[in-house]
Design a binder for this molecule. Structure first.
Ligand SMILES: NC(=O)c1ccc[n+]([C@@H]2O[C@H](COP(=O)([O-])OP(=O)(O)OC[C@H]3O[C@@H](n4cnc5c(N)ncnc54)[C@H](OP(=O)(O)O)[C@@H]3O)[C@@H](O)[C@H]2O)c1
Length: 331
């Protein structure tokens, strides 16, 4: 099979599209002939040598894919060779073949083409698991989504809106803020120009955010605790603003607030299967009926994965960047 690999850690240019040994379906695995994968921030860190794969996972980068079932490992039922699927991976997506535990393989949502489906597993699983299974988002809650124009953010705005939350979001340019509003954000906050704590307080008549989905980590910790409503839940899923900061427990305690941090990749196969089943049950119908639309900035060939990584590092994108195994051009 072919794969985009980083043989030495470094910038986007270290990614090479080379021949590697074929992936093989072990017991309980589905072998997928990959049509497309998508770029994630974890991929950039793995390429730089900062984010080794969890034990047992492929050394090849790539946390999600779409494609066609090529073979079934021992004991797998419920899939046929030739089925069109998408999958949440622990690694291995930047290749033409990947072996995936069957519980992480999902049908393609109705009405979504196979290439576009590659943009969905990671955001759907991350956003559903954190907003619903971790933070217990309820209709009527004020939900603050940081980084609303990113892959996670564009999905979280739409899911939060669909679930009846009032969505407030931060982004870095007027164009991105307008796009977030078009996805259903009720309040948009320019993080370069505005203090998000003040903006959220003002927009919620002093109530604050019942749930915060945060990609920044350390640099936003104090502000995020400050902005929480009584009984609010802060879920930190990213460390783009650093990993270490001081937590004011008095401020948190007075609000009876919670700070929770989660990572999807390191969860067990069983936990990932539970999340994927919930995504298929609750999220895919919203995608199929158009309530949530995949947001894709660009589709590039997997052979040019360096271009996708450079684009993501520039921060110029909105939504997801998809990589297709098709030999040339856009899908
Ligand atoms: N824990 C998990 O399981 C998990 C799973 C998936 C992703 N993640 C994390 O979730 C985060 C988002 O991932 P992604 O795929 O959506 O990446 P992405 O598409 O690159 O989005 C990153 C976003 O960060 C925003 N940003 C940069 N500086 C900011 C600031 N000071 N305040 C608010 N937002 C700011 C950018 O906003 P502008 O473009 O408007 O500047 C951009 O929209 C990453 O940190 C990623 O590692 C975690």
């Amino acid at each position: 099979m072919k794969a985009a690999v980083a043989r030495t850690p470094g910038g986007p240019e270290v990614l090479e599209y080379v021949e590697v040994p074929d992936a093989v379906a072990g017991p309980g695995d589905v072998l997928v002939a990959v049509a497309a994968t998508a770029a994630n921030r974890a991929d950039l860190l793995q390429r730089q040598g900062h984010y080794p794969p969890p034990p047992g996972a492929s050394e090849i980068i790539g946390l999600e894919c779409s494609g066609t079932v090529a073979a079934l490992g021992e004991g797998v039922t419920g899939f046929q060779v030739g089925d069109e699927v998408c999958a949440l991976l622990s690694g291995g997506g930047y290749a033409t073949l990947v072996a995936v535990p069957a519980g992480q393989v999902m049908p393609v949502p109705a009405g979504v083409d196979l290439i576009t489906a590659a943009a969905l597993p990671e955001v759907a699983a991350t956003v559903w698991s954190n907003l619903m299974m971790v933070a217990g988002l309820r209709a009527g809650d004020n939900l603050l989504v940081h980084g609303g124009a990113g892959g996670i953010g564009t999905f979280a705005i739409q899911l939060g809106h669909a679930l009846g939350a009032r969505v407030l979001t931060t982004a870095g340019t007027p164009e991105k803020l307008a796009f977030c509003a078009s996805l259903g954000a009720d309040v948009t906050i320019d993080y370069h120009e505005q203090d998000f704590v003040e903006a959220v307080r003002e927009a919620t008549d002093g109530h604050g955010a019942d749930v915060v989905l945060d990609n920044m980590g350390a640099s936003y910790l104090a502000g995020n605790v400050d902005v929480l409503a009584d009984g609010g839940r802060l879920v930190v899923i990213g460390m783009q603003g650093g990993r270490k900061a001081e937590l004011d427990l008095n401020a948190l305690m007075r609000k009876r607030g919670a700070v929770i941090s989660t990572a999807l990749r390191g969860r067990s196969t069983g936990e990932k299967a539970t999340i994927c089943a919930a995504v298929v049950e609750h999220v895919w119908p919203l995608v199929a009926d158009g309530t949530i639309r995949p947001v894709i900035e660009r589709t590039v060939p997997l052979a040019e994965a360096a271009t996708a990584h450079a684009l993501m590092e520039s921060g110029a994108h909105t939504g997801k960047i998809v990589l297709t195994t098709a030999p040339t051009g856009d899908a």
